[in-house]
Write a protein of this length. Structure first.
Length: 74
């Protein structure tokens, strides 16, 4: 568990789990054995064993606008 990892409510953490820095886990989530999370990740659902999670930073829904380098794009 790295610095500033946040566990909200009743969270179950399995054996050998690696949590990156600034990882936030929502209440009542279960983190499976030997799973890993990247830094600055928010986890809202259960994570199965042996799974790597990461932060999604790109908006992948067509027709919605996002900001990239201060400019709007489609």
């Amino acid at each position: 568990m790295a610095n500033n990892s946040t566990l909200a409510g009743h969270v179950t953490i399995g054996d050998g789990v690696i949590l990156g820095g600034f990882t936030a886990i929502h209440q009542f989530c279960k983190i499976g054995t030997y799973s890993m999370s990247a830094g600055n990740t928010t986890i809202f659902k259960d994570v199965p064993a042996f799974i790597m999670t990461r932060r999604l930073t790109e908006n992948r829904q067509p027709g919605l606008k996002s900001r990239k380098n201060g400019h709007l794009f489609h």
